[in-house]
Design a protein around this ligand. Structure first.
Ligand code: G6P
Length: 477
C-alpha cells in the first residue's frame, strides 16, 4: 500500500499537528519558511540525513496552506533543512474545530485540569460538531501516514491532537509498528470522566491502537493505565513506556554564548539595574508560553507577597518575567494574557521607585533573550499548576552563569527528576511560594552552585536525540 509513484515509502514516520517548519506570505506573494526548534526537531535529526524519514504535519495558517498549494504537500527540502515533510491541508473550518475546539479547549483542559467545573465543560450539540471535525482531522493524518509508510515502517504519533490516529492507522495498515507519545500530563480517572463516556472510550481506544503508548513521566503513564482499567478494561496488548525528555546541553551551551545573547544580556542588565548601595540586584526569572497551565498570575502574586511581607527585598530584586503569546485564537487565553500584564503593571505602580522596576515583563517571543535571562537568573520560578514536563526547569540550570536556585512546582513532570535538588512548591499556595522565593534568594553561594550542578546533571540525562532513538528501539523490541 506504500506510495509507489516516484518516492519510496518511508521507514520512519513522525506525525504531529505542528510541523518543523511554517510559512508566511510576504510582499508580492513570496513565501518565507521559518524552521522551529524543540525536542522533536533535534530528536529526529539524530537519525541522520540519509534515513528515509517523513514528517507528517498540518498546515496551520494561510502561509502553510499556500505552501501546500504550490507543492502538493511534499515540501521543498530546501525549506525544511533537508527533512522530508508532508503537510496536510485540512479544510480551515475542520482544522479550527479540531485544533481550537477540541484539542486546545477540551483535551488540553482535561489533561491539565483547567475547568471551572461549576459552569464548564458543557458537552452539547456544538461539541458533537467539533468532535466530528476532530475525527475527520485524525482520519486525514491516518490516511496520509498509510500512504507514506513503507512495509513494516515505524510511526511515531505525537500528542493529544492525534489520539485517534493509532487506531485508525492500525486498521489501514496492520503491518506498521505504531507508537504514540503524550507530551502533556494525563488526567486522573475522575477528571478524565468529565468527558462524555463514548468520547473518553474512543480516545483511549485510539491510543491503544498503538503498539506502545509513551509518556514523559511515570505519573502520567500510571494515570493513563488507570483510565484504561476503569473505562476499556485495561491496556490490552499495548505496551506502556516512559521517556523523560531532557535538555540538549551541547546545543544550549553553544547557543547561549553567541553575540546576540550577549547583546540581550547587556540590555537586560540595564533594565534590572543596581541596588542603591551599588550591589547587583537579584533576579527571579521565569520564561513561559502564556498557557493557562503555567500559573504566571500566581507567580506574580507570590512575588508581590514577597515584597509586601519582606520589605528588605524592595529595590534589591527584580522579577524578570517572559510570557510569550500562545493560542491567541482562544478568548480565555487572551484574557489570561491581559491579566498577566495588568498585574505586572499593578505591582510596578504599587512598589516601583525611580530607578527600580520590580517586574520586567516581556511578551514578544525572543529565544536569544530567553537564554540571556537564563544566564542571569539567581532564582528560576517554574510553578505550573500542571505540566507534562517543563523544559525551562531543565534548561536554566544548564545555562545559568552563576548558579541558580530552582523553585519548582510539584505538579510539573520535571519534579520527578529535579524535585530533590529544587525548592518545591504547591503551585496554588501563593504564601508558600513567596516563602520559597525568599529562601531561594538567601541560599548561600556554595549550596546554590552545588544544587545547580546536580540539577543540570539530572536535566540532561536524556537528551532529545537519545529520547527519540530510545522510542524507535523500544518499538522494534
Ligand atoms: C506544548 C505542549 C505540547 C503541545 C504544544 C502544542 O508545548 O507541551 O504537548 O504539542 O504545546 O502547542 P501549539 O502552540 O502547537 O498549540
Amino acid at each position: 500500500m506504500a506510495s509507489s509513484e516516484g518516492e519510496q515509502g518511508a521507514g520512519i514516520l513522525v506525525a504531529s499537528n505542528r510541523g518543523p517548519v511554517s510559512f508566511a506570505v510576504g510582499e508580492g506573494g513570496a513565501l518565507t519558511a521559518r524552521r522551529g526548534g524543540g525536542g522533536l526537531v533535534s530528536g529526529l535529526s539524530a537519525i541522520g540525513p540519509d534515513a528515509d524519514a517523513v514528517w507528517v504535519c498540518a498546515a496551520l495558517g494561510d502561509g502553510d496552506r499556500e505552501a501546500v498549494r504550490r507543492t502538493g504537500g511534499a515540501l521543498d527540502p530546501a525549506d525544511t533543512g533537508g527533512q522530508r515533510v508532508r503537510m496536510l491541508d485540512v479544510p480551515p473550518d475542520v482544522f479550527a474545530d479540531a485544533y481550537n475546539g477540541i484539542a486546545n479547549s477540551v483535551l488540553w483542559f482535561v489533561h491539565h485540569m483547567l475547568y471551572q467545573t461549576p459552569l464548564e465543560p458543557v458537552f452539547d450539540a456544538g461539541f458533537r460538531v467539533r468532535w466530528a471535525a476532530y475525527e475527520e482531522y485524525n482520519a486525514a493524518f491516518a490516511r496520509a501516514l498509510a500512504e507514506e509508510a513503507a512495509e513494516g515502517a515505524a510511526v511515531l504519533v505525537q500528542d493529544y491532537h492525534l489520539a485517534l490516529v493509532p487506531g485508525l492507522l492500525r486498521e489501514l495498515r496492520p503491518d506498521l509498528r505504531i507508537g504514540h507519545f503524550s507530551h502533556t500530563p494525563w488526567a486522573p480517572v475522575d477528571y478524565f470522566r468529565l468527558l462524555p463516556d463514548d468520547v473518553a472510550e474512543q480516545l483511549l481506544r485510539g491510543i491503544l491502537g498503538a503498539d506502545r503508548a509513551a509518556f514523559l513521566t511515570r505519573r502520567w503513564a500510571d494515570a493513563f493505565t488507570a483510565c484504561c482499567e476503569a473505562i476499556t478494561g485495561g491496556t490490552g496488548s499495548t505496551r506502556i513506556g516512559v521517556h523523560g525528555l531532557g535538555a540538549d546541553a551541547d546545543f544550549l551551551r553553544e547557543r547561549a554564548h553567541r553575540a546576540d545573547v550577549e547583546e540581550r544580556m547587556a540590555v537586560l542588565r540595564g533594565q534590572i539595574g543596581t541596588a542603591p548601595d551599588g550591589s547587583a540586584r537579584r533576579t527571579i526569572v521565569r520564561v513561559d508560553r502564556t498557557e493557562l497551565s503555567k500559573n504566571i498570575v500566581r507567580g506574580l502574586l507570590a512575588y508581590r507577597d514577597l515584597l509586601e511581607r519582606r520589605p528588605e527585598w524592595r529595590g534589591r530584586v527584580v522579577h524578570v518575567a517572559f510570557a510569550y503569546p500562545s493560542r491567541q485564537d482562544l478568548a480565555v487565553y487572551r484574557d489570561y494574557t491581559a491579566e498577566v500584564s495588568r498585574l505586572a503593571r499593578e505591582i510596578n505602580t504599587a512598589y516601583g521607585e525611580p530607578g527600580w522596576t520590580p517586574v520586567v515583563l516581556h511578551v514578544e517571543d525572543d529565544f536569544a533573550r530567553s537564554l540571556a535571562a537564563y544566564r542571569l537568573a539567581d532564582v528560576a520560578l517554574v510553578n505550573p499548576v500542571r505540566d507534562g514536563m517543563n523544559l525551562v526547569a531543565k534548561e536554566v540550570p544548564v545555562v545559568s552563569d552563576r548558579g541558580c536556585v530552582l523553585v519548582l512546582s510539584r505538579e510539573a513532570g520535571a519534579f520527578e527528576e529535579l524535585g530533590e535538588h529544587a525548592l518545591t512548591v504547591n503551585p496554588y499556595d501563593v504564601t508558600a511560594t513567596a516563602d520559597a522565593l525568599h529562601t531561594a534568594l538567601t541560599l548561600p553561594g556554595a549550596e546554590r552552585a552545588e544544587r545547580t550542578e546536580r540539577l543540570a546533571a539530572a536535566a540532561t540525562a536524556l537528551p532529545p536525540a537519545r529520547w527519540f532513538l530510545d522510542q524507535l528501539r523500544a518499538l522494534d523490541a
